[in-house]
Design a protein around this ligand. Structure first.
Ligand code: GTP
Ligand code: MG
Length: 199
């Protein structure tokens, strides 16, 4: 898929105030600083469409972008802030959880994973929470430019190995770098395929 237009629509903290759910929507989530906003800029080929920062916690709201006048792309706040919480759900933040549970036009959520790290409990908990709630997702490994090709493959294999203990089938996954633009076409083609299957 070619991105012809990318337009910021609105930011808000409440799923009920999001734009009308009148077109397919794809969201990007992951731990703070994993590279969600950078990836969105890379995919849309815009330098500053989504605001990025070296400090974690830059994105605090649900941000809607309209792409090719046809679908919504959503930049979400990072999870992993609330250290102590009563439920798994509240650990990810109520804004995020309500959005994921209630947004009716949400087709697929991309869960971003930092390729440099060993499988992180918070990411695994999040993925399992998505599964328990029957929410469709795919994985995007980020920052592949920071490791050698061999280490990238080893890191993905290590993550998949852990997932295999909970999942009968492994989720679709992509290797990306916002710096080198690796993986952009693969992610965009996947979005196009998923949208095509809806029509
Ligand atoms: P929050 O909004 O705080 O949740 O963070 P985020 O997940 O949106 O991360 P963001 O895109 O703001 O990037 C965080 C930091 O990682 C920035 O300093 C980016 O420049 C850096 N970064 C993001 N993606 C890549 C990548 O693919 N390669 C490299 N080398 N650095 C990256
Ligand atoms: Mg961000």
């Amino acid at each position: 898929m070619k991105i012809k237009s990318a337009e910021f629509i609105m930011s808000n903290s409440d799923v009920r105030k999001c734009p009308p759910a009148d077109r397919p929507e794809f969201a990007f989530i992951g731990r703070s600083n994993v590279g969600k906003s950078s990836l969105i800029n890379m995919l849309t080929n815009r330098k500053n469409l989504a605001k990025t920062s070296g400090k974690p916690g830059k994105t605090q709201l649900i941000n809607h972008f309209k792409i090719n006048n046809h679908w919504y792309l959503v930049d979400l706040p990072g999870y992993g802030w609330a250290k102590v919480s009563k439920t798994v759900r509240s650990k990810f933040g109520d804004i995020i959880a309500s959005y994921l549970e209630e947004r009716e036009n949400l087709v697929c959520t991309f869960v971003l994973i930092d390729i440099r790290l060993k499988p992180q409990p918070i990411d695994l908990e999040f993925i399992n929470w998505m599964g328990e709630n029957n929410l469709p997702f795919a994985l995007i490994f980020t920052k592949a430019d920071k490791l050698s090709k061999n280490k990238v493959q080893a890191s993905r294999a290590a993550f998949n190995k852990v997932l295999k203990s909970d999942w009968a089938e492994l989720p679709v996954s992509f290797i990306t770098s916002s710096l080198s633009k690796e993986g952009a076409d693969d992610v965009l083609d996947y979005i196009e395929d998923v949208m095509g299957a809806l029509e």
